[in-house]
Design a protein. Structure first.
Length: 498
């Protein structure tokens, strides 16, 4: 049975509301787009809030924060005595090993994979269903355990190890052993698969912000949850302490200075002494601060290492203000903080009505003649979303309805509010991984309609501009950007049907 965290005022656990308000101000001014924040101290929840249209109990893509779920599955496997840390990878997957494995490959163990010490200089890409074979055929240039290289395919191999040892996928394996005893909301979890169906341990997890907090609380509590040992104490100690020198991160990722401190088992060490974190691209952080007995969980869209590092630097400045355990007096700022946390919102959209485009142009049907055009979020590990064959718009008292027809013949209506906010709706098909979209629109000028689609279970937002000209309609799609993939904008060619 899920045990809810006790909700308390910050002052009751020795934190001033003013410090948290200053923390919020700094985060919002840093250039990132915040999605969610939870702060736990002494096991009590002192602050929580989500920036609309993001909200509690929504799944959120974790990117590499997924690795901490994968490493927990291996930790439970270790605790149950089903895998050894010194077990060789070629002994676990003998059928995928080269006929004459190199001496370094023969030395590669589970522990080496856990601490990003595979000894490779290039990361095998998970492009085919034979990705495990490709991993084991990638040259192991350095003696395993002696050289750090970030290797997300190795993280996915951890999920394959769980599957090989138990016959269960990681999601199934963790449900009874982690999610249920720790009160996690497994019914809303999703995990993108590798091409062979194994969970993508390096990138593919989607979970709630609170579940991320509960996961790292398990590590903060030494592997025990609600009186039940989930992870062996020695495994937790290894996972949360420096096992591999990550200083070489400074070569390819110089701005992310907290990445240069060291690496545990799929967990990063941090600049403040003793602090460690789970970390996903674009600022998905769950941070354990033992000296303050505090855990901070964050979801956001921070474009690039510089912005994600800014979030960490701002967090370290906040931690420096938490200096004692004594109960503090509450004041007006306590009540103000509570109100602010309930009313957080991402920057509002402009509110501009139509005034330069005739209704006949808006409601005409436009056929896509050139370019791949889709409103959907696209994960390159999955099949491409359906492209549009054509579209039109309708107008009512609430805004616009973007009526689209896909190449398959399927039709869909996307509600676009035009009063400075978003309309959150379920789109797509039941089998789609990401379906929740907050959509809004505004007239950027007299003839240009701007549409914003926030896929609120992810870090991604797509913008599309429809420029209505006397000679026709020009559509420009801003591709969803991320740290991993910077795709240029594209112009979609369309023709108006007569």
């Amino acid at each position: 049975m899920r045990e809810e965290f006790e909700r308390v005022s910050p002052e009751s656990v020795g934190v001033s509301s003013r410090a948290i308000l200053e923390y919020l101000d700094a985060l919002e001014a840093s250039g990132t787009q915040m999605h969610g924040l939870m702060i736990l101290r002494h096991g009590k929840l002192l602050a929580e809030g989500w920036w609309a249209p993001y909200g509690p109990r929504l799944c959120h893509g974790l990117q590499s924060h997924s690795k901490t779920y994968a490493v927990t599955a291996v930790g439970i496997l270790y605790t149950e005595g089903k895998v050894r840390l010194d077990e060789r990878i070629i002994d676990i997957f003998p059928e995928y090993a080269p006929e004459n494995p190199s001496e370094n490959l023969k030395l590669l163990t589970v522990r080496d994979v856990l601490c990003m010490g595979c000894g490779m200089e290039t990361e095998p890409r998970p492009a085919t269903e034979h990705w495990i074979r490709d991993f084991l055929h990638t040259p192991v240039v350095h003696k395993p355990g002696t050289a750090y290289m970030y290797n997300s395919t190795g993280s996915s191999l951890l999920c394959a190890i769980v599957k090989r040892k138990t016959g269960e996928g990681v999601e199934e394996y963790l449900t009874k052993r982690l999610y249920e005893p720790c009160g996690m909301d497994s019914q809303v979890h999703r995990w993108y698969p590798m091409p062979d169906g194994v969970e993508g341990g390096g990138f593919g997890m989607m979970s709630t912000l609170e579940d991320n907090l509960r996961l790292l609380k398990l590590y903060a509590d030494g592997g025990v949850c609600n009186g039940r040992r989930i992870l062996a104490e020695d495994y937790v100690r290894l996972a949360t302490s420096n096992q591999n020198d990550s200083a070489t991160e400074a070569i390819g990722n110089p701005e992310a200075t907290d990445n240069h401190v060291g690496y545990g088992f799929q967990i990063w060490m941090c600049k403040p002494k003793g602090v460690y974190r789970a970390d996903g691209a674009m600022g998905q952080f769950t941070i354990v601060c033992p000296d303050q007995d505090m855990i901070i969980a964050i979801t956001e869209t921070a474009e690039g290492a510089h912005w994600a590092q800014s979030t960490l630097d701002i967090t370290w400045a906040f931690l420096a203000k938490v200096t004692g355990d004594q109960v503090l007096p509450e004041g007006p700022e306590t009540a103000y903080l509570a109100r602010r946390m309930r009313t957080l919102c991402t920057p509002q959209l402009p509110c501009r009505p139509r005034h330069g485009v005739p209704a006949s142009a808006l409601t005409a049907f436009y056929r896509v003649t050139e370019g791949y055009f889709t409103p959907y979020f696209y994960n390159p590990m999955l099949n491409k979303p359906e492209g549009l064959a054509g579209f039109t718009f309708a107008e009512d008292d609430y805004g616009l309805i973007w009526k689209v027809r896909y190449e398959s013949g399927r039709t869909e209506e996307i509600r676009l509010t035009t009063y400075g906010s978003w309309h959150t709706q379920v789109l797509g098909r039941p089998e789609d991984y990401v379906r929740l979209c907050a959509a809004g629109a505004w007239w950027q000028d007299a003839t240009t309609l701007a549409v914003e689609l926030k896929w609120v279970e992810t870090c991604f937002t797509k913008r599309i501009w429809f420029a209505f000209q006397p000679e026709g309609l020009e559509v420009t799609e801003e591709k969803m950007r991320s740290v991993v993939s910077k795709i240029p904008d594209q112009v979609i060619r369309v023709e108006r049907e007569v």
